[in-house]
Design a protein around this ligand. Structure first.
Ligand SMILES: Nc1ncnc2c1ncn2[C@@H]1O[C@H](COP(=O)(O)OP(=O)(O)OP(=O)(O)O)[C@@H](O)[C@H]1O
Ligand SMILES: [Mg+2]
Length: 306
C-alpha cells in the first residue's frame, strides 16, 4: 500500500503588488510506499517545503491530488496519522519540554496519564530526559530540534514528515537522530524527509526523489541509483607529466591538478585501467569509490541549469 501518493501536484504563489506567479511545485507525481524511508531532495527553493505544506493541507493547491494511506488528504481523520517536524519549529520558550508536550498532547485530545507516559518515553528517546524541566529558552538549537521530533511522534503517527530534521545538529546529534529514525523505520513507520545532508540521506533513505524548480527530475531506489552510477576515481602521476593517450581512451572523465591526474571510470573497467597505468609506468596515488548521492545530486541538478 502507498503511504502517500501525489498526482500532478501544482502550487503557484503570487508575489508582490503585480501578483507575479511563482510555480513552486509543478505537476509533481510521487509515490511513497508504506514502510519506506523517502528522501525528498532538491536545491534551495526547489519546492520541498511547499510540497510538504500541501500534503499537510497547510496551503491551498492549484491542481492535483494527494492521497494519504489511500484517503484524500482533506480527510481530517487521515491527518491524525501524520507526525510533522517543520523546517523552523516554533516553541513557547517560557515552557519546558514536559509542558510543551503536555500542551500538544491536549491538542491531540490525549488524556493526562497517556500524555505523561508518552512524554517520558519520547524525551528519553530523543535524549532530553535530563533537561525536561529546563525552560526552552535555555535549550540549544539541536535540543529544540530534538524536542520538535518528540512532538512529531507524540500522536504515534504512521507517517512521519520531517522537513530537514538534522539541520542545526552537531555530527553526534545527527547520528543520534539518524539512529532514532532507523529505529522508527524498523517499527514500521513511513518516513518522508527533506534534507540537504546527502550522506545522511544515503544512509537513511531507501528511496529518493530529486526536485528542481518544482519538477521531479530523478527518482528511484537509492541502492539502484548508486549501483547504476558505481565508479572509481584514480589519482596518479605520469612519468612524462602527460596523460597517456591509452589512459584517456579508457577513462570516462579525466582532469589534472598540477602533476596529479584524476581519471574516472565505471567500476567494471577498473582492472583494465590499473593494468594500463602500470604498463605506462604511472605512479598510482589512490583509488577511491565514486558515485555518491552527492555526485548524483550535483550532476542531476546541474543538468537542468539554474
Ligand atoms: N509564502 C510564499 N510566498 C511566495 N513565494 C513562496 C512562498 N513560499 C515559498 N515560495 C517560493 O516557492 C519556491 C519553493 O520554495 P520552498 O520553500 O518550497 O523550497 P524548498 O525546496 O523548501 O527550499 P529550501 O531548501 O531552501 O528549504 C521558492 O521559489 C520560494 O521563493
Ligand atoms: Mg524548505
Amino acid at each position: 500500500m502507498l503511504a502517500l501518493y501525489l498526482e500532478e501536484l501544482t502550487k503557484t504563489y503570487k508575489l508582490g503588488f503585480k501578483r507575479t506567479p511563482i510555480k513552486a511545485v509543478d505537476s509533481l507525481y510521487l509515490s511513497v510506499p508504506e514502510g519506506s524511508t523517502f528522501g525528498l531532495l532538491g536545491p534551495n527553493g526547489a519546492g520541498k517545503t511547499t510540497t510538504i505544506k500541501a500534503i499537510l493541507n497547510l496551503i491551498k493547491i492549484d491542481r492535483g491530488r494527494i492521497r494519504i494511506f489511500g484517503e484524500d488528504h482533506y480527510n481530517y481523520q487521515v491527518r491524525g496519522k501524520i507526525g510533522f517536524l517543520p523546517e523552523q519549529p516554533y516553541f513557547n520558550l517560557s515552557l519546558n519540554a514536559l509542558q510543551t508536550l503536555n500542551f500538544y498532547g491536549q491538542l491531540f485530545r490525549m488524556n493526562q496519564s497517556e500524555i505523561r507516559k508518552r512524554s517520558f518515553h519520547l524525551l528519553e528517546e530523543v535524549g532530553l530526559e535530563e533537561t525536561s524541566h529546563l525552560p526552552l529558552s535555555k535549550y540549544s538549537k539541536g535540543m529544540l530540534q530534538r524536542l520538535g521530533l518528540a512532538l512529531a511522534l507524540l500522536n504515534n503517527p504512521s507517517l512521519l514528515i520531517l522537513d530537514e530534521p538534522t539541520s542545526g545538529l552537531d555530527p553526534v546529534g545527527q547520528v543520534e537522530i539518524r539512529n532514532l529514525l532507523l529505529k522508527l523505520k524498523k517499527e514500521g513507520k513511513t518516513i518522508l524527509l527533506s534534507s540537504h545532508l546527502l550522506t545522511e540521506v544515503e544512509k537513511l533513505c531507501d528511496q529518493i526523489a530529486i526536485i528542481h524548480k518544482g519538477k521531479l527530475v530523478l527518482s528511484g531506489l537509492t541502492e539502484e541509483l548508486l549501483r547504476e552510477r558505481e565508479k572509481v576515481k584514480i589519482h596518479f602521476k605520469s612519468p612524462n607529466k602527460k596523460l597517456p593517450a591509452s589512459i584517456k581512451k579508457l577513462a570516462a572523465k579525466t582532469s589534472q591538478d598540477g602533476a596529479v591526474f584524476t581519471v574516472e571510470t565505471p567500476s567494471s573497467k577498473t582492472n583494465d585501467l590499473v593494468r594500463e597505468l602500470i604498463k605506462q609506468r604511472c605512479q598510482i596515488i589512490s583509488i577511491k569509490p565514486g558515485g555518491s548521492l552527492e555526485e548524483i545530486f550535483i550532476e542531476t541538478v546541474a543538468g537542468y541549469g539554474n
